[in-house]
Each structure stands twice: as structure tokens, then as C-alpha cells.
Design a protein around this ligand. Structure first.
Ligand SMILES: [Zn+2]
Ligand SMILES: [Zn+2]
Length: 210
């Protein structure tokens, strides 16, 4: 498992458990204590978890807004990948096999969540970019890599209707494909960059934090 994947999994697991001990993490990921320490240092710097004696604890949804004030966001309220608040037109929702509901700010982060969570996802719904209507991601037409970037970069947008996806692609470029094509596209894009996780979302988040 790559270190970026391990850190993402660690965060998701911590989100579920609330706290994790060092030995639990060592055992689960099959890496040394040193490696876990480095992961926790890095994640604490990014303010996505809190180090506690012998492990880590989840941060209770306190994030700083643009003016640097702390505000608490609703559990459902922010994107599970980059913490942006989602909008109806771009919403991507995920239902996990354990019944949990997650939201992503846009299909970019939705696809990123598919890459992170794999078969723990039971169902995914995505909003049509033109109508905002939710429909199955499995049967959606994805336009990825177009110059229209309403949220995260590289842009991934979804359409319920193939004709609309094709027309959009003619106007704004990129490619039309299925859910799995979009996953391949994003995976390739992310692997070009050596930074942690989705480089674009990480940059957006650190801007927000700073
Ligand atoms: Zn996001
Ligand atoms: Zn987004």
C-alpha cells in the first residue's frame, strides 16, 4: 500500500473509531511504529487529526473559516476528501456498506473517494451538472479533464444523459467516459504528483488552513 493510501485509510478508520492506538495502526497496516509516527506528524500538521498519548484522536469537526475563526461544520456538511461545502449541482453522495452516508463536494472528490474506499462503497449517487438531479454514478456519463472547473481540479463532471455529456465535451473539451474511466483518469493524474493525496485538494485545503 502506498503511503498516501495508508494515510487516507487511517483517517477514514479514525473517523469511524474516534481514537486509535499506535499498536492498532502498526498491526493493521503492517508497517513500523516509526512510519506511523511520521504519518501522524504529517496529518497533525495538516490539522486533520490530533496526536494523543500512544495514538491519535479525531478532530471534532472544528475547521477554520476564511477569516481564521473556528466554526463547526455538520458531519454531513463538508466533503469527505477536501472539506469544501458541497453544492447541489455538483453533489456526489456515497453510502458505505456499514450504512454510513458520506458526501463529496463534486465528482472529482467522489471519484477520489472511490479510489480510497474501494468496495466498502455500497452505492454512489451523483448530481447531473445541468439539472442537479441525483442519479446512479454507475450509470452516469462522466466528463473529465475539461476546461470547465467549477470546483476541484482536474475537473470531473457528471451527466445523466449521454447526449448532454457529448455536447458539453464538444464545448469544453476533456473526455466522456464511465465511472471506471473517470477512476482511471484521476488515478493517473494523482500518480503524476508525489504529494500527499489529491495534490489539488491538498493545496485548496492548505490555503483554507493558512
Ligand atoms: Zn472535495
Ligand atoms: Zn470539489
Amino acid at each position: 500500500m502506498k503511503s498516501t493510501e495508508r494515510r487516507k485509510e487511517l483517517l477514514i478508520w479514525l473517523e469511524e473509531e474516534g481514537t486509535l492506538s499506535l499498536s492498532e495502526m502498526v498491526e493493521r497496516f503492517g508497517v513500523s511504529k516509526m512510519t506511523i509516527h511520521r504519518d501522524l506528524d504529517l496529518l497533525e500538521q495538516r490539522q486533520v487529526l490530533k496526536r494523543i498519548h500512544g495514538g491519535a484522536a479525531r478532530i471534532e469537526k472544528l475547521v477554520r473559516d476564511r477569516d481564521g475563526r473556528y466554526e463547526s461544520r455538520l458531519e454531513q456538511g463538508s466533503c469527505l476528501v477536501c472539506f469544501r461545502p458541497p453544492t447541489q449541482q455538483l453533489l456526489y453522495t456515497l453510502t458505505l456498506k456499514n450504512g454510513e452516508q458520506k458526501v463529496a463536494c463534486c465528482p472529482h472528490c467522489g471519484i477520489s473517494a472511490h479510489l480510497m474506499l474501494g468496495d466498502r462503497i455500497a452505492m454512489a449517487l451523483t448530481a447531473d451538472y445541468l439539472t442537479g438531479k441525483l442519479h446512479s454514478a454507475q450509470h452516469s456519463y462522466f466528463v473529465f479533464g475539461s476546461v470547465a472547473v467549477p470546483c476541484c481540479r482536474p475537473s470531473i463532471l457528471t451527466f445523466e444523459d449521454k447526449e448532454m455529456a457529448d455536447r458539453f465535451q464538444k464545448g469544453f473539451g476533456g473526455q466522456v467516459g464511465s465511472l471506471s474511466d473517470a477512476m482511471t483518469f484521476l488515478e493517473r493524474d494523482m500518480s503524476l504528483d508525489k504529494t500527499d493525496g489529491c495534490p489539488h485538494c491538498a493545496a485548496a485545503k492548505s490555503q483554507q488552513d493558512g
